[in-house]
Design a protein around this ligand. Structure first.
Ligand SMILES: [Ca+2]
Ligand SMILES: [Ca+2]
Length: 237
């Protein structure tokens, strides 16, 4: 007995490594059962999980706060209630007490803001988006799928200097780094408008999604300085 037990004795650190490398990763259903975030809803948006196929709005990231539904560099919303002063309007005060930084597309201003001639794609007016993105930040979006399978998504965005993002599905990485093409345009004479050159990244994400409810995590990996509006998901045949 003594010899047997000695043969199997290992220093604690090595034993821990063996356990860590031989224990299968937790099933994704465990992530959903542990997850404390909930689908976004407010006075205007009451629909619960966002439907795929279809457009997933980043600004409708989940409820649950810092460390649960998102991680942001600071607790302040630098868009709602700040750049867009609190004035009693829905768009200016949208989620103004949360850390994720949100704003919306503005048309018909002088100088032009989001309907400017340097857009590659003109976005809808008054479209809510997540901005002031920085590396290390992330946010969760609960979605609902009628059918499992391979999906792809077109991303509506701006990017001052390029960068990368990635997506998780139910807590597990579902893509590698996804490169975002810069929309910087030296011809624009308005310096701050480099954050407002909209574009679509076609089929930027390809991933396998389960049926039913799922949580997507959008990670900002490098560069930041991106505005992320919508992921338009469709099934790949
Ligand atoms: Ca913030
Ligand atoms: Ca931020």
């Amino acid at each position: 007995m003594k010899i047997t037990s000695r043969r199997f004795w290992l220093p604690a650190g090595i034993a821990a490594v063996i356990v860590a490398t031989t224990t299968p990763s937790a099933p994704q259903t465990d992530f959903l059962s542990r997850y404390k975030g909930t689908p976004f809803h407010d006075s205007r948006y009451k629909a619960g999980p966002q439907s795929i196929p279809g457009k997933v709005l980043c600004a409708y990231y989940d409820l649950g706060g810092e460390g649960v539904a998102y991680h942001d560099s600071d607790a302040k919303n630098n868009g709602s209630g700040a750049l867009n002063p609190a004035n009693g309007t829905y768009l200016n005060e949208f989620r103004m007490n949360e850390g994720v930084d949100t704003s919306y597309t503005k048309f018909g201003q002088d100088p032009k803001i989001d309907d400017n001639p340097f857009d590659k794609v003109v976005p809808p007016a008054n479209l809510l988006y997540v901005g002031w993105t920085a590396p290390g930040e992330w946010f969760n979006v609960t979605v609902q799928l009628a059918q499992p399978g391979e999906y792809t998504a077109d991303l509506l965005y701006t990017s001052n200097r390029g960068g990368t993002i990635s997506l998780d599905v139910n807590g597990a990485p579902a893509t590698g780094p996804l490169a975002i093409t810069s929309t910087f345009d030296a011809a624009d004479p308005v310096a701050w408008r480099q954050w407002h050159h909209w574009n679509i990244a076609p089929a930027i994400a390809k991933l396998r999604l389960p049926a039913g409810k799922a949580v997507l995590t959008v990670h900002i990996l490098t560069e930041g300085q991106m505005n992320l509006a919508t992921f338009d998901f469709r099934k790949v045949n």
